[in-house]
Every structure is written in C-alpha cells, then in structure tokens.
Design a protein around this ligand. Structure first.
Ligand code: 5GP
Length: 180
C-alpha cells in the first residue's frame, strides 16, 4: 500500500488521479446534458475546490462562466457560536443557473449555508457538484446535491485540493488517514 506523510499524519492512497478524472468526465457529460441551451455560472468554494474545478470545467461544452468565493468562519458573539461569512460572492447572480463546486461535503453545514445565502439573491436555479460526499456524516438534507463524484466513508482525506494543516493540496491523488 502506497503510504505518505503529510505534516505529522500518515495517509494511504485512496482515489488515484486516473480514477478521479474518469469520474469527473462523467459528471461533465451529465452537466452538459442538463444545461443544454443554458449558460451556467460555476462558483467554486476556495481553497479546496480549485483542482476539481479546473478538471471539471474542461469537460463542459455549454457556454459557462466561472467564479470563486470563500467561506470565512469565525467565533461569533451570538449564542449560535460559529458565524460563516461568504467572501467574494459574484454580485449579479439574479436569474442565473448556479452550480456550486465543492471539494467535500461532510456534515453539510457549510454547503447548506452557502445555498441559503445564494438563494437570497434570486438565482434561477442552484445545484451543487461535490467531488466527495461522506453520507454517514451528513446532518442536513441537501437536495441541491446533484453531481457527486464519490461517496466515501467517514474518514479524513487529503490531496487533490484538500489539505491537512494547510498541506497536501498539491497531491495528485486522494489519500486517507491510516488508523492510529
Ligand atoms: P461540513 O460543513 O460539510 O461539515 O464541512 C465541509 C468542510 O470541512 C469542507 O469544505 C472541508 O474544508 C472540511 N472537511 C470535511 N471533511 C474533510 C476531510 O476529510 N478532509 C479535508 N481535508 N477537509 C475536510
């Protein structure tokens, strides 16, 4: 088994780049069919989605636009605790067909918040493409989750845009944390 160390943690190979690309090609085909005659706006959630976005967008052959935004979370003063703020959201999304591009959906809290905030700006439609989803960790019903690359177990993964302590985003493949 191909093992690597990222910072202080050991990881083993999980999804190879070939495998990722094959799946992403299929997601592209599906999106092209679904958005025929439209001009979707892809919005990537930084930092994790940058490689997935780059590979996904190359498979899209309907006219489209690409933008990125980020979610900043900080401890709020309210009793609800964590406050999440969307930074760099494109201004004019009214009437647009939005496809949010995420690296991973874990509990679904982040993507739920992003969807809610985007919908306040009256887009024509909002769907989500996430490379990875951990179904057993999901705590929210995300009905907009239309284009999923891989459903994975509830394990910590790194590589292909995903980081551990800021490191490992450059890895070509996706690795999972080894036990212990
Ligand atoms: P959620 O709000 O869905 O619980 O968490 C989503 C965010 O948590 C992702 O955008 C990502 O930043 C982080 N995350 C969740 N699981 C993993 C994982 O296995 N690996 C990495 N690198 N980040 C993760």
């Amino acid at each position: 088994m191909h093992k690597i160390k990222v910072d202080d943690k050991e990881f083993e190979i999980f999804l190879e780049n070939d495998n990722l690309n094959k799946r992403i090609r299929l997601l592209g085909i599906q999106i092209n069919l679904d958005y025929e005659g439209k001009c979707p706006l892809f919005i990537g959630v930084l930092n994790g989605s940058f490689l997935f976005m780059a590979d996904l967008i190359k498979e899209i052959d309907v006219p489209c636009e690409v933008a990125f935004m980020r979610v900043a979370s900080y401890e709020g003063t309210s009793s609800s605790g964590k406050v999440k703020e969307l930074i760099g959201l494109p201004d004019d999304i009214e009437g647009r067909d939005i496809i949010i591009v995420e690296d991973i959906v874990d509990t679904g809290l982040t993507i739920n918040h992003i969807i809610k905030t985007l919908k306040e700006k009256n887009p024509a439609s909002v769907r989500v493409s996430s490379l990875l989803v951990k179904p057993s960790a999901l705590q929210y019903d995300v009905e907009e989750l239309a284009y999923v690359g891989f459903e994975i177990p509830n394990e910590f993964v790194v590589g292909y845009g995903l980081d551990y302590n800021g490191l490992g985003r450059n890895l070509n493949d996706i690795y999972r944390a080894t036990e212990g």
